[in-house]
Design a protein around this ligand. Sequence first.
Ligand SMILES: *Cc1c(COP(=O)(O)O)cnc(C)c1O
Length: 380
Amino acid sequence: MKVPFVDLHAQYLSIKTEINSAIAQVITQSAFIRGKHVDAFEQAWAETLKVKHCISCANGTDALYIVMRGLGVKTGDEVITTAHSWIATSETITQAGGRVVFCDTQEDTFNIDPRLIESKITKATVGIIPVHLCGQPADMDEIMAIANKHNLWVIEDCAQAHLATYKGKVVGTFGDAATFSFYPGKNLGAYGDAGCIVTNDDTLADWTATFARHGGKGEHVMEGINSRMDGLQAAILNVKLPHLPAWTTARRRVAARYNELLRGADSLTTPKVGDDRSHVYHLYVVATDKRDSLKKALADSEITTSLNYPKALPFYPAYTYLGHKPADFPAAYRNQSRILSLPIFPEMTDEMIEYVADQTRRGLTGLSAARATAAKLANV
Ligand SMILES: *Cc1c(COP(=O)(O)O)cnc(C)c1O
């Protein structure tokens, strides 16, 4: 059996008629850039999250940049974010003119450790960007309490966490604003790049929408950028959105089955979910000291896995200038060589899940057996 990491084609086949007709409509109507499909998606997504405004844009990275500009980030401002994320979270801080300040993660959830945030705050700190990594909500109560105490803004990076909830409330509704990515592989994915900002702040909504569209159509009240969602992407998202709750349930089912089948597997940790929150399993990440050999064993069994991410952000060449050492982020540093993302997507069959779990167990014990033999030989 072959198990891909995700199977976007299987999802397309399940909604092919609707998708094809939505695409045909956009082309027939020449509704290529913004227009009624985009307006409809903005409204539907805002209603889904129960927020006042959804401002669509070209991708999730732009969403972060635009909203930071909207919050007035300027040269020298420090923004605290997690040491373990996709680089979009931190590169946009720099783009907006700010200074990136990394904070270590919790070793078992991979999310920013709220106990460490206050030690990173200086007179220059203006905001915090927690990421709900892998689809698991960060500790929003603790993070919002720190932000309120120090008068900082919070942008939730929800790129991996569509519909995840914390204390019964959907993520993206805790901070001053939140950003989403609709990159094809995300839990709600377009067929190209797309993203959005959500907020309850009227002024911020107005400013970001204006900035993203060249500083205003007709009357340019300022210089802006060109960051638009196109009509094809919006029409596809409109078809997919009603399916998202069922796809989320299906992801949870895959995760629950993996948890069951991998329980007690030799030296393997399955995802830990914090209290009072629901995980949407954009990624199903296990951790083991035998990561590299397990990854290879699974590849030999035609199972595609992924590393999200192979290095914590402070240890990439892009951040050498910050001069960090492994001891500055011990949890993120330890995790980077232990984590492995197993295949997860709503259309996974029971046979696929069982095969992956089986090969994972076999890979781990096979490795232990090989290690025991090596140890025995060494003792001779
Ligand atoms: C995907 C992602 C982004 C960026 O989204 P794009 O749409 O690819 O620009 C930002 N943050 C995180 C955590 C992501 O996973």
